[in-house]
Design a binder for this molecule. Structure first.
Ligand SMILES: [Zn+2]
Length: 150
């Protein structure tokens, strides 16, 4: 189980090795992704609060990266954070995500990216529910929900 201290260590020293890497040119990403997906994943945009696909959706399933289809989060870790974006308590594994310090907008935040394709997902904050205390605040456009396998 990841805690804030683990996230800080990853961001400060080094992130876990990904299971594999997917690298493409920005042009290739632009052709593959929808404009909204491209803006979030590749240009680090933040989509509008509440007006996004998974903010209030609690259907069961796995959330995969909209860029490379790596599994990132499970619906069982999703919770209602009243933030306007889908929020999760934990990723599916320690190696699913990578963490970077983000000082943009004069805020000290920790950015969360897909560890396989380096796509921007959102940020993680230390004000989530117990026992992990983590709140992964993720853009819906960076995710695709898959129905549970039968
Ligand atoms: Zn990815």
């Amino acid at each position: 189980m990841l805690r804030w201290i683990d996230v800080l260590k990853y961001a400060k020293y080094s992130n876990p090795e990904p299971p594999q890497r997917v690298e493409k040119t920005e042009d290739a990403w632009r052709q593959q992704l929808t404009p909204a997906q491209f803006q979030v994943l590749r240009q680090h945009a933040t989509e509008p609060p509440y007006r996004n696909a998974y903010c209030r959706s609690y259907e069961p399933g796995a959330y995969v990266c909209a860029g490379c289809r790596s599994r990132l989060f499970d619906s069982g870790e999703k919770y209602h954070a009243i933030s306007g974006w889908p929020s999760f308590k934990q990723p599916v594994s320690k190696s699913a995500l990578r963490y970077l310090f983000d000082d943009s907008y004069h805020l000290q935040r920790i950015e969360v990216r897909c560890n396989v394709c380096d796509g921007h997902l959102g940020h993680v904050f230390p004000d989530g529910p117990e026992p992990t205390g983590l709140r992964y605040c993720i853009n819906s456009a960076s995710l695709v929900r898959k129905d549970p396998e039968k």
